[in-house]
Design a binder for this molecule. Structure first.
Ligand code: PLP
Length: 361
């Protein structure tokens, strides 16, 4: 969800507005149409893409066997699944870098996506909201760079690709509600421009932002310092988890780690995953989003955000995880290491009511 801000350097392809993903879906699809999304995906998409537009999400099933990478067969299966459900597929939406995986899409995946949407005559929305937070190789490749390849120059597919961006993550100002759409499609820009009038930002915010973003030194230093800090925090988290025998998907970007706790499940089910999630939230006092909230097809994966806490808090969290893992026997049942369990249960009960909301971040 974003609000409009002044376009510092106006260009006919750029549009600054709020609700960028939703606006694009409104422009590209009718109620009852479908968008294909690779799993696991940002839980907020169920709200942003579906609730007001009436559009359906059909998952592109990606799994741990290849590090949750998008494959041609997974794309084709999702397309066929939509057809079986009598849904007209209007496009594919990807996040690059990914929330929740913390990885950038490879050139192979990007080419695969462009070829797929070109062959099917559908659209591609590339949500690049974390593109300034790539802290390790491989580098981020913007979908437009793939289009620059002469194979696609002046092809129909130019009009079928749209980028979503926002200042919420890279600049850490989600409260400003500022986002942008980039598209070469004049009809989309024209329709989205009309819709942008439903959410205008105050002129004070526009003024502040235009002053801030015009300061090239400030923005350059801010982004590079932020990358350094995020990288450091990610390394701390990975080290801490590794010390207690928990692995993560190898990541290079964003604000999340995709944590593998399959070995702690009492059974290979989503019920067992929720059991662990409840223990962690009630008894350990930490909140990790269960993979099921991101529509992960395999139980036992959790999303951990490492960017919204101090190093001290992260260290404390790691100590608690250690106690939790040590207390968990091989069958996934943990012994009572938490004498204040009931007390904590009471104070943390409120957390649970926030779960839906929390999982959407
Ligand atoms: C991939 C992705 N897209 C969009 C959003 C929405 O961002 P905002 O907070 O600016 O509404 C988020 C927020 O977490 C996100 O992860």
């Amino acid at each position: 969800m974003y609000l409009t801000f002044i376009c510092v350097n106006p260009c006919r392809h750029w549009l600054n507005l709020w609700q960028t993903n939703e606006t694009l879906v409104f422009c590209l699809a009718d109620p009852g149409d479908a968008f294909l999304l690779p799993t696991p995906y940002y839980p907020g998409f169920d709200r942003d893409l579906k609730w007001r537009t009436g559009v359906e999400i059909v998952p592109i099933q990606c799994n741990s066997s290849n590090g949750f990478r998008i494959t041609g067969s997974a794309l084709e299966e999702a397309y066929q699944e939509a057809e079986r459900r009598n849904l007209k597929v209007k496009g594919v939406l990807v996040t690059n870098p990914s929330n929740p995986l913390g990885i950038t899409l490879s050139l192979t995946e990007l080419n695969l996506l462009v070829n797929f949407i070109s062959a099917k005559g559908i659209h591609l929305i590339s949500d690049e909201i974390y593109s300034g937070l790539v802290f390790n190789s491989p580098d981020f490749v913007c979908i437009m760079e793939v289009l620059m390849n002469k194979k696609y120059k002046n092809a129909q597919v130019w009009d079928q690709i749209h980028i979503v961006y926002s200042l919420s993550k890279d600049l850490g100002i989600p409260g400003f509600r500022v986002g942008a759409i980039y598209s070469n499609n004049e009809m989309v820009i024209s329709a989205a421009t009309k819709m942008s009038s439903f959410g205008l930002v105050s002129s004070q915010t526009q003024y502040l932002l235009s002053a801030m973003l015009s300061d090239k030194n400030f923005t350059k230093n801010y982004v590079s310092e932020s990358r350094k800090r995020v990288k450091h925090r990610q390394e701390m988290l990975i080290r801490g988890l590794r010390n207690v025998g928990i692995g993560c998907l190898e990541s290079n970007a964003g604000l999340f780690c995709w944590v593998d706790m399959r070995h702690l499940l009492s059974s290979n089910t989503f019920e067992a995953e929720l059991e662990i999630w409840k223990k962690i939230i009630y008894e350990v006092g930490l909140n990790m989003s269960p993979g099921s909230s991101c529509h992960c097809p395999e139980p036992g994966w959790f999303r951990v955000c490492f960017a919204n806490m101090s190093e001290e808090t992260l260290n404390l969290a790691m100590q608690r995880v250690k106690v939790f893992v040590n207390s968990t026997n091989t069958s996934g049942r943990n012994s009572n290491q938490y004498p204040n369990k009931n007390l904590r249960r009471k104070s943390l009960a409120n957390w649970l009511s926030f779960h839906e909301h929390e999982c959407e971040r």
